[in-house]
Write a protein that binds this ligand. Structure first.
Ligand code: FAD
Length: 406
């Protein structure tokens, strides 16, 4: 029997499921294979924070109600040592265990016609169904009209287009020869929610390599998702141990009696996003897209999964090179935002700036909303935020100097 597909999606997390959903939304007759090494439902180490932007994106491809049965959460508290701000967010977030959220998306993709198969991708080879005038098979990085690629996965599965949504250690990304940029590591567990933290998301910044923070996100069902993460060293120093991560969590957010600890890497986004031409498209963590300020990646995963699914359909209809279409779509949507989060994450390496940001967000609700938008959605650094920070730092310098003079 032929194992040939219009679209093969590797990885059925939010990025992969969204790619399959978007492609089938655009063309319900498409043959789509969704490949994952795990059975669903499956757990994934995560803070489980689902930004409202995720739901907007899913609604744009006709997927609604994935948050059903989970309580909306509006209160957000940001703190570092003595500085703190606690405010309602402009729009609620949801804290939905990934075991539930991801399985719901996969179920929708299967309902829409995708075939889900449990199989680990170990090898892939891209060939061209067309030879050039000399009879040689052109290189996969060359762009062709009418999309004449074909990729063979695990030696037997053939896909005209392949979406690599296989997470932080992506086989598809390494086949493309793209290195990841900076990475963070984080560990999460579940613990009972104390009464004072009901209905809130708490983030406490630490003093280690930024971004470094502990969180406690109330799920609304009596449990909280708690955890701690920090930037991985690039200078040859050993990565932080599990014991160190748990110790940081206890120091920053003491008193939680957590279980089900699970850690994972977070490939953080950089200044410029890369996607080569050709028939292999990247989405989500495989595309190196996690917000370097906050560690949020589900929104990018859904958005870039959708972009990949749509680009695949356009290319299959003869609309151009799949990789080029995907690159243009993602850069148009996120190009400037990624630069702004890159700058913000570099500034946040200085604790003075983090303190300043918290102070300004406490004084001005609009700055608070803008920080949330930059950290959870596709916001930018606004003039108001810069002015607030500069003003705050100026005031701090004056008070420190006059304090010293006393
Ligand atoms: C501790 C922690 C806390 C976080 N908290 C948040 C948060 O609160 N909110 C937020 O938005 N983001 C958070 N993130 C980031 C978020 O988890 C990721 O950005 C998100 O999971 C990316 O989705 P994805 O679909 O790209 O990848 P994944 O969710 O990792 O899915 C990849 C899929 O690919 C499959 N796979 C991998 N390799 C293969 C292979 N070789 N063959 C077949 N299948 C394969 C895996 O089984 C998996 O199902 C957190 C991350 C960590 C580690």
């Amino acid at each position: 029997m032929s194992d040939t597909w219009d679209l093969v999606v590797v990885g059925a997390g939010p990025a992969g499921a969204s790619a399959a959903l978007a492609a089938l939304h655009a063309d319900p007759a498409l043959k789509v294979l969704l490949l994952d090494r795990s059975d669903f439902p499956r757990d994934k180490s995560c803070g489980d924070g689902i930004a409202p932007h995720c739901l907007d994106k899913l609604a744009s491809i006709g997927v609604t109600g994935v948050e059903e049965g989970w309580a909306p959460l509006t209160q957000l508290e940001l703190a570092r040592s003595e500085q703190a701000v606690a405010r309602p967010m402009a729009r609620p977030v949801y804290v939905i265990p990934r075991q539930v959220f991801d399985a719901r998306l996969v179920e929708r993709a299967v309902d829409r016609g995708a075939e889900l198969r449990r199989e680990k991708l170990v090898s892939l080879e891209t060939v061209s169904s067309r030879t050039d005038s000399n009879g040689t098979v052109p290189d996969r990085t060359v762009s062709y009209e009418n999309n004449s690629y074909e990729t063979v996965l695990n030696g037997t599965i053939r896909g005209r287009i392949v979406v690599g949504a296989d997470g932080a250690h992506s086989v598809v990304r390494s086949e493309l020869g793209l290195p990841y940029g900076r990475r963070a590591i984080a560990i999460r567990g579940y613990a009972a929610t104390p009464a004072v933290r009901r209905g809130t998301q708490v983030i406490r910044y630490g003093d280690r390599r930024q971004p470094a923070y502990a969180w406690a996100f109330d799920r609304g069902d009596g449990l909280s998702n708690i955890g701690y993460g920090e930037l991985l060293p690039t200078d040859g120093e050993p990565p932080p141990s599990r014991a160190l991560l748990l110790d940081q969590l206890e120091q920053l957010l003491p008193g939680y009696d957590g279980t089900e600890w699970k850690g994972h890497h977070l490939p953080l986004s950089g200044w410029r996003w890369q996607q080569p031409d050709g028939g292999l498209l990247l989405a989500g963590d495989a595309a190196g897209l996690i917000n370097p300020m906050t560690g949020e990646g589900i929104y990018y995963a859904i958005a870039t999964g959708i972009a990949a699914g749509r680009s695949a359909v356009r290319a299959l209809r003869g609309g151009g090179d799949a990789g080029a279409l995907h690159r243009q779509a993602v850069r148009a949507e996120f190009g400037r935002h990624l630069k702004h989060t890159w700058v913000a994450s570099r500034l946040a390496e200085h604790s003075m700036i983090v303190d300043g940001g918290i102070r300004v967000a406490r004084r001005d609700r609009r700055v608070f909303d803008e920080l949330v938008e930059l950290g959870l959605g596709d916001g930018r650094i606004s003039g108001r935020l810069v002015r607030g920070l500069v003003g705050g730092l100026g005031r701090r310098a004056v008070s420190t100097t006059s304090g010293r003079g006393r």
